[in-house]
Design a protein around this ligand. Sequence first.
Ligand SMILES: [Mg+2]
Length: 369
Amino acid sequence: MKITSIETSIVSIPFDMHAPPQLFAGKPWSHIDTLLVKVETDAGITGWGEAFGHVVNQGTKATLDTLVAPLFIGRDPRDITGLMQEMQQTLHLLGRNGSVIYALSGIDIALWDIVGKLANQPIYQLLGGSNRRSLTAYQCLLRYTDPVLVAKNCAAGYAEGYRYFKLHEITREAFLAAKGAVGPDAHIMFDTNCPWTVEEAIRMAQSLKDDGLHWLEEPVWPPEDHAGLARVRAQGIPIAAGENAAGLFDFKSMMDAGAIDIAQPSVTKIGGITEFRRILSLADAYGVRVAPHSPYFGPGFIATLHLAAAMPSNPPVECLWMDAEARLFGDYVLPKNGQLPVPQGPGLGCDPDPAVLERYLIDGPTVTR
Ligand SMILES: [Mg+2]
């Protein structure tokens, strides 16, 4: 069995974030952009993947089209771990994080989709299986910088059935506003996106210490300051991080430093399902929990559901809370009552809707043969 072509395309779907539009990496954020990777084989089986992401999609797409995709043509799509090891080594001089690894992540997810379809099994069964039919979703709110809006949208999420909430805010006032808007059975996480020095983060952790925070995410700049993060963790608040980590050994360094309670690998950034699995084993050995980073709407989100389904710890799954004008997978994996279905079809279990692909396409398809 051989890979015959790899196609990349970017779709851009408008969304309503229930707040005034915000900037993301300096650009106005009004559309969810998804970089899709379609891998075709001589057996007639097609796999879909997603490579990170958002405003760096064009960069990742160029890396795929000009560098990474051609290396996979003619190779056996069933040799996933062998191919990923080989390509990581072949390409390592070009960056151990960023577009090269994002590109590999997208192809890796598509290869898992292919082997699942070939075996006529959902990916989570290939990963070890599970009897669960649903997963706990957490309501991931965008950054509003307005505690009144935080409270309003948390209350809306609570009414929809969510019991896990994640804020992208940086003030205790916002945290208390969320806490006041939901019931006592709610768990609130605080994602700060690396705003503070270690000393500032320690002061913040001390001020939040008795507020019942479920976790504090990425409080320290830069994210690779694992020793600094460990000093914040010593204040007694659960610390989560890892969406910006570079592979298995970056996570090992984080855990060796005693920096985290919760590891957050991101399947479209870290090297796909293959690298994510290695981090699961590592976390087990260190007694660290894993909660996937997954603010996606494409195959990366569905791949995350398969990974979460196969994890005995049943982690809460990140679900960006916004209304998109259209969805690549229709209502296939929509959260309901704070729960997400475990996808049951072969491979990812669902292919993107061709009509949505066509209507919202902004770049591509670019085909490598
Ligand atoms: Mg985060």
